[in-house]
Design a protein around this ligand. Structure first.
Ligand code: HEM
Length: 235
């Protein structure tokens, strides 16, 4: 009998796209948080990512193309994940009662991942579309203006929480699924892995929320928290 390899291939594709997005986010949130080192640090980092160090000037098209590639991977990952969503009310109810009965931590984590993933369908799409179409606005002044006066702070607040939780649970489950840290005592390994993932996520969450606060501060006061003036004006 011929084996059907499609489900295994789709699973692998989901793991690989998820891992690529998680690695991207690990760098993205650090670059974003350069605002904590002041407006000039963020200006330098965002300029460097737009080719300033190589071409002597910013090339916004680089951001448009790169954001397009990330968007495509994000859509592929979300599409593959839809296979795992409960498909009707009966499946939904069955899973909920199963979860309550079992009170199994990892099953509840899966539920958290489904909901944070669902929220990101909308939240991340808005963000990615803006990054693709308005790359020239990225910078301490433009980003702060967007966050405060174009009301992006509630979107970023929710997106930050959703993406960090989603990536944390995703990486933990990926490590278990592909047996990355297996050893003599799998139960102990699992607990250590869980702890490590939660600690790293808490650090990322604190850093990113502080960065969001720094953008809001610049938007409202016209200066960063070191007192450097930033001209936050409508574009
Ligand atoms: C190549 C694609 C991307 C680019 C160029 C980009 C760029 C940026 C920039 C410049 C900011 C600072 C605020 C602003 O200017 O609006 C930001 C913030 C943020 N981005 Fe992205 N982004 C990309 C993809 C993503 C993706 C895929 C996600 C999540 C699924 C994401 C999540 C966030 C979050 C949560 C914040 C706010 C962080 C905070 O709390 O300080 N970004 N992004």
């Amino acid at each position: 009998m011929k084996r059907n390899l499609l489900p295994a291939r789709l699973d692998l594709a989901q793991s690989v796209t998820g891992l690529v997005l998680a690695v991207f986010m690990a760098f993205h949130l650090v670059f974003d948080s350069s605002i904590l080192l002041g407006a000039n640090a963020f200006r330098f980092v965002s300029g460097a990512l737009e080719g300033e160090l190589i071409f002597g000037q910013k090339i916004p098209l680089i951001t448009t193309l790169f954001a397009g590639v990330i968007f495509a991977i994000f859509i592929a990952h979300a599409g593959l994940a839809m296979r795992k969503f409960p498909q009707n009310a009966a499946q939904y109810r069955a899973f909920r009662s199963h979860m309550k009965e079992m009170r199994h931590g990892d099953t509840s984590l899966w539920w958290l991942q489904i909901w944070t993933g669902f929220a990101m369908f909308f939240l991340a799409s808005v963000h990615l579309y803006i990054m693709m179409t308005q790359p020239d606005t990225i910078g301490p002044a433009g980003s702060s203006y967007r966050i405060v006066f174009e009301w992006k702070w509630p979107l970023y607040l929710l997106l930050t929480i959703a993406v960090v939780l989603h990536a944390a649970v995703g990486l933990y489950r990926l490590a278990l699924k592909w047996g990355w840290f297996e050893g003599k005592d799998p139960n102990r390994r699992r607990k250590t892995l869980k702890k490590a993932v939660w600690i790293v996520s808490a650090v990322y969450l604190a850093m990113s929320l502080a960065a969001l606060g720094a953008f809001v501060h610049i938007g409202l006061t016209g200066q960063d928290h070191f007192g450097n003036q930033v001209e936050v004006v409508p574009r």
